[in-house]
Write a protein that binds this ligand. Structure first.
Ligand code: NAD
Length: 698
């Protein structure tokens, strides 16, 4: 045994307890301890059955991530699971809190399983680009069948204790103390003279062709381009034809193959960086201001979403609208959002009623915000309208309250300067739909107080969102970079690519949507308004997509009008390509005197990504983003960047910055206004360094 695993005999039951706080991860000392404990149990005639427990709040965690990439030390987890399974007397485990990844694989190595209410069981490995590697893919389908195993493994999600029992993944449900529940089960088994029940000796599960095909179709669509989810399905399928030992070998072969993919590196990067965005020097050790009551001004698309997010997380919300009719409309939207939360099991029906009657109210006058701790403005994107709102907020809000704007582009310094308390003003840029999207850009203005920034990060946590610090510029981190790669797409269209080819190529890269589909979804009026806003300051060398203006003039604003770049017919999903759009584009090319040329999908992806990364490098260089990882998180959580690529900056490091720079320099030969290599990119290439080297900045 080791310090982390104890063995005691209680009424003929060997109680083996793992204590490796905080999550009982399966590091080497734990694996060795379990191995030795099973040896002792086998050798001790007084021990009639064994019970494996995890001390503390959770049963067993997964693999010890700190051992990733290091040479494995015996015994490996797969061997430990086999060793437990081979015990000569029954082995029971009692699962409280969580059995995830390796934790569940150990549980499946046991002969019998009790799950305590509230426990979550799952195999999340695919989320990190690998597959379960200690028998999870072979034992799970033997216990619950192929169809149910496919509900768990490629999804990388968890199931509740209740569902686990329903599926047969656990034998019984219990409440209270895991030790007592496990001992009771073990004693019953001893009294019945129950034999060990090794999962590996169970027959191969039936080959469920339909379930396998369904899972493959689902995961190739849902997480397009990701290899591990599909590979996990292959591993489950292997269980239907291979005995346990060759099955485990096949699992190991696939596991090792996944360990070497760039996707695994990307997914691990994505996993770790999310935890780092709140580590910024200006808020280290700074106490946030308390926030319990918030005001939301404007109850349109964003305001209603923000209010929903806050209400479902227990905050008190007062929403201000222009008139009663708009307030009622906002209330109806929020009620509908809350209904959705009830349907998805995120909120109880009674809780919803209580929110609508007690913690949520609407008003048309600002005095209703006099006791709010924080207000978030989400009115029209117009500086004068916003300034008028901030004048009111400045008038009514109590000292120390925070005044936030959800503006997408406007100058937060200018808004702050229009109040008498610029230190209390900050940008809180939510993404649509605000009650769903995880990203919150915290836009720190020149005079924003540090404890206001700290409060924004604390609020994000309350709302279940990931906050990224951004500086003030047109579009902050995300929308500024978006504007650049959108413009790169328009340039390619003008030169000869069709918008549909661009969308297809971008989706083939792994983005959920291409730029033109995205435009249709958001509404083509948004781009039009932005072009209008920027018209006065536009450089004459910049190009304007005149076909997009033509679509606007025709009232084709995208999905909401049934027609934009695509034609949306009722009852059909997605849009149909529109030859009239191609005609409008052809006209724009003719007017610009451009002889259209062909683009390969590869070139489209390269130019799109080069524009993104180059602008992102400027954003980091200017301090708008604190580190490259902040750009990565912004794109993963706000723009649907394919997670398996880790984020655009991680992707850039992976493909090589020198190659990217050389592409940009080539593009600059034809257009040195649009393509100006970023100084940071040039410096990194010169120093043979990576974006990752800048991520350690606190
Ligand atoms: P919207 O038009 O859907 O809603 C604006 C709401 O504000 C309307 O309900 C309107 O009645 C109300 N309003 C206008 N003036 C008001 C005033 N003086 N007092 C009270 N209420 C007033 O707009 P939206 O899409 O929700 O955008 C709101 C803000 O959020 C804008 O600044 C926008 O740039 C930003 N934003 C939008 C998105 C998006 O995807 N829609 C994403 C992020 C940020």
């Amino acid at each position: 045994m080791t310090d982390m695993v104890t063995y005691e005999l209680e009424d003929g039951i060997a109680v083996i307890t793992v204590a490796n706080p905080p999550v009982n991860a399966l590091g080497h000392a734990v694996r060795k301890g379990l191995w030795d404990a099973i040896d002792r149990f086998n050798a001790e005639p007084e021990a009639k059955a064994a019970l494996i427990l995890g001390a503390g709040k959770i049963f067993l965690g997964g693999a010890d991530i700190s051992e990733f990439g290091k040479p494995p030390k015996d015994p490996w987890l797969p061997e430990v699971c086999n060793h437990i399974e081979a015990a000569t007397k029954p082995v029971v485990c009692a699962i409280q809190g969580a059995a995830l990844g390796g934790g569940l694989e150990v549980a499946l190595g046991c002969h019998y399983r009790v799950a305590l209410k509230g426990a979550k069981l799952g195999l999340p490995e695919v989320n990190l680009g690998i597959i379960p590697g200690a028998g999870g893919t072979q034992r799970t389908p033997r216990v619950i069948g192929v169809k149910a195993a496919l509900e768990i493994i490629p999804a990388g999600g968890t199931v509740s204790a209740e569902r686990a029992v329903e599926m047969g993944l656990a034998d019984r449900l219990a409440t209270g103390d895991p030790r007592a529940a496990g001992l009771a089960f073990a004693q019953e088994l001893v009294a019945e003279g129950a034999a060990p029940r090794p999962v590996g000796q169970m027959p191969c599960p039936d080959h469920d062709a339909e379930a396998l095909a369904e899972a493959r179709a689902l995961w190739s669509k849902k997480n397009r381009g990701e290899v591990a989810r599909l590979a996990s399905i292959d591993a489950v399928e292997a269980a239907t034809r291979l005995e346990i030992m060759p099955g485990l070998e096949e699992e190991r072969r696939i596991f090792s193959e996944m360990m070497d993919t760039p996707q695994r590196a990307g997914l691990i990067h994505a996993f770790f960086i999310e935890r780092k965005t709140a580590k910024i020097p200006e808020i280290a050790g700074v106490d946030p201001r308390p926030v319990a009551r918030i005001g939301v001004i404007g109850g349109g698309t964003m305001g209603a979403g923000i209010a929903t997010a806050a209400l479902t997380r227990g905050l008190d919300v007062t929403l201000i609208e222009r008139d009663d009719a708009s307030a009622d409309k906002a209330r109806a939207t929020i009620a509908k959002n809350l209904d959705g939360a009830v349907k998805r099991g995120k909120l109880g029906a009674a809780q919803k009623d209580a929110i609508l009657s007690d913690t949520f109210r609407t008003a048309t006058g600002y005095d209703a915000l006099s006791d709010s701790d924080l207000a978030i403005e989400a009115v029209f994107e117009d500086m004068d309208v916003k300034k008028a709102v901030f004048a009111e907020l400045d008038r009514v809000m109590k000292p120390g309250a925070i005044l936030a704007t959800n503006t997408s582009y406007l100058d937060v310094n200018e808004i702050a300067a229009s109040t008498s308390r610029p230190a209390d003003v900050i940008g809180l840029h939510f993404f649509s739909p605000a009650h769903v999207m995880k990203l919150l850009e915290v836009v720190v203005a020149d005079k924003t107080a540090n404890d206001v920034t700290a409060t924004a990060f604390a609020l994000a946590k309350t709302l279940g969102k990931t906050a990224v610090r951004a500086g003030v510029c047109d579009g902050f981190i995300g929308n500024r970079i978006l504007a650049k790669y959108r413009a790169a797409a328009d340039r390619m269209v003008l030169q000869g690519a069709s918008p549909y080819q661009v969308d297809r190529a971008i989706k083939a890269f792994g983005w959920p949507m291409g730029p033109y589909e995205m435009g249709d979804l958001a509404g083509l009026d948004i781009g039009y308004m932005t072009r209008k806003r920027k018209a006065a300051t536009r450089d004459p060398r910049d190009i304007v997509p005149s076909w997009a203006d033509a679509l606007y003039d025709l009232g084709r604003l995208g999905q909401k009008t049934g027609r934009g770049y695509y034609i949306y017919e009722e009852g059909t999903r997605g849009g149909k390509e529109d030859p009239e759009v191609e005609e409008l584009v052809a006209k724009a090319r003719a007017e610009a005197g451009i002889d259209p040329r062909d683009f390969t999908d590869d070139e489209i992806q390269r130019r799109y990504m080069a524009a993104l990364v180059n602008e992102a490098a400027d954003v980091v260089e200017e301090g708008i983003a604190h580190r490259p990882l902040d750009v990565d998180v912004t794109f993963l959580y706000g723009y649907g960047f394919p997670r398996f690529r880790g984020g655009p900056m991680h992707w850039a490091d992976h493909v090589g910055l020198a190659g990217l720079l050389s592409d940009i320099e080539d593009y600059a030969q034809e257009d040195d206004f649009f393509w100006q290599p970023s100084a940071l990119l040039k410096r990194l290439v010169q120093d043979n360094a990576t974006f990752a080297s800048l991520n350690d900045k606190g």
